[in-house]
Design a protein around this ligand. Structure first.
Ligand code: BEZ
Length: 436
């Protein structure tokens, strides 16, 4: 079908109306001015308190922090670099909320050190993120760093983190190389590699959905790596990729791209978009009428809980792969969802789970080192040994790459109790990135 014909179905005004939905960005939570506070020493000046037997890390999760001992050592400064504006604003807010929920459950104290979260906006900008990383290291003198949503930005800050021996826990950005050829002893990833959800989905889509697929993704490192991982198993399983298209990150008008997809007459599409991109793509996909002829599939963020309410029925029936699902029927998940909803009055999403788990990793590791963050080797060893039952299922690090080993869930968007939900229809267990 020609671009002109498709565009007739969806007027410019309809497009703009759809695009308007995606501009609602989250507000920065917490004051960025906190970041200007004078630096405190990174090593406790007094002997830190021993881990409280009354609140072992494995029990803390989301229970109230009534028995936590008062802070004795210097504040534990954690530099948090997440997007609080632009295309991935809601992702940054959700990860922060997950961390806040966990840290509150342990009384905002680890091994006698009060937790001090110093938040900075990733701004979807590598230069700004580099500047802020430098600030964490040189000015704030943080004990460790966490965050990063955008793969390209994670690649950009890798060297400064590594060269300064700064412990970094990546809580989203899936940049494959950071746990492969560019891995560092100081970098851990609690989220996923871009390969992780997409590699199993290639085989799954070829066997269960269609062998004639068109791929599309946001035009940057994450989009390219995800589609490459999908093809790694889709093509050997007999699949044909009818075409690939990469609109810019932060796009609002998918009209010309949808026209190209429609022209190729695929039976299904496989896509990576997240945040406001995912809202716009999925809504416009339906408005174009593509949903009637090409099954919508993709990396799970395409229809994750953060975007489902804005997408509405346009997302119904979509198949996607991710490291979590809100319908995952395990006690840790039920407890997490209940506590999150109670605190924030909104449903959690996979980003919130990643934030929650990141906070738990920090807690368990620093309890093990008795509050000491300056002995990097000891802290790395402690981090490597963290293992627990997460709301997403079993969580552990690959000690070789520092990437999380986890289940990937194949989910289908269905209406459950009057609401849209990602229902688990298959589980690929203990998926480990091939990094060495
Ligand atoms: C990334 O850039 O790595 C990414 C961003 C949003 C969702 C998933 C991955």
């Amino acid at each position: 079908m020609s671009e002109e014909k498709v565009n007739k179905r969806l007027s410019r005004r309809q497009f703009l109306k759809g695009a308007a939905v995606v501009t609602g960005a989250a507000v920065v939570s917490g004051s960025l001015l906190e970041a200007c506070a004078p630096a405190a020493p990174t090593t406790p000046t007094k002997a830190p308190a021993a881990p409280s037997a009354a609140t072992p890390a494995t029990k803390a999760a989301v229970t109230p922090a009534a028995e936590v001992k008062p802070a004795a050592g210097p504040p534990l400064k954690i530099g948090v670099l997440l997007p609080y504006s632009k295309v991935y604003a809601v992702l940054g807010e959700s990860i922060t909320n997950g961390m806040v929920l966990y840290f509150e459950s342990i009384g905002n104290t680890i091994a006698g050190r009060k937790i001090d979260l110093i938040k900075e906006d990733e701004e979807n900008d590598a230069q700004a993120s580099l500047r802020k990383t430098r600030k964490f290291i040189e000015q704030d003198k943080v004990d460790l760093m966490t965050g990063l949503v955008n793969s390209a930005i994670a690649y950009a800050v890798r060297d400064i983190v590594h060269d300064n021996k700064m412990i970094l826990l990546i809580s989203n950005a899936g940049a494959n190389g950071l746990t492969r050829e560019k891995k560092s002893p100081y970098i851990f990833r609690t989220s996923f590699s871009n390969w992780q959800p997409n590699y199993p989905m290639g085989d799954w889509v070829a066997k269960h959905t269609s062998k004639k697929v068109f791929c599309s993704a946001a035009d940057y490192a994450a989009g390219k790596e995800m589609i490459a991982a999908f093809k790694e198993t889709f093509v050997p399983a007999g699949g044909t990729v009818l075409g690939e298209i990469y609109p810019p990150l932060g796009n609002t008008d998918y009209g010309p791209y949808l026209a190209k997809i429609a022209e190729a007459k695929p039976e299904a599409t496989y896509s990576f978009y997240s945040g406001s991109d995912a809202v716009a793509f999925v809504k416009q996909y339906e408005e174009y009428g593509l949903k009637k002829t090409a099954k919508l599939t993709g990396a799970g963020w395409l229809v994750e809980q953060d975007v489902l309410p804005a997408q509405g029925k346009a997302a119904l029936g979509a198949i996607s792969g991710l490291n979590w699902a809100n319908t995952l029927d395990i006690p840790e998940n039920k407890k997490f969802i209940e506590a999150y909803q109670k605190k924030f009055n909104v449903e959690p999403n996979s980003f919130a789970v990643q934030g929650f788990d990141t906070a738990r990793v920090i807690h368990e590791a620093i309890e093990k080192t008795k509050g000491n963050t300056s002995d990097k080797d000891a802290l790395i060893k402690a981090l490597e040994s963290v293992k627990f039952a997460s709301p997403r299922g079993p969580f552990e690090f690959d000690p070789v790459t520092h990437n999380v080993i986890q289940n990937i869930y194949v989910r289908e968007v269905k209406e459950v109790g009057g609401k849209l939900a990602n229902v688990v229809i298959d589980t690929i267990k203990a998926v480990k990135d091939p990094g060495k």
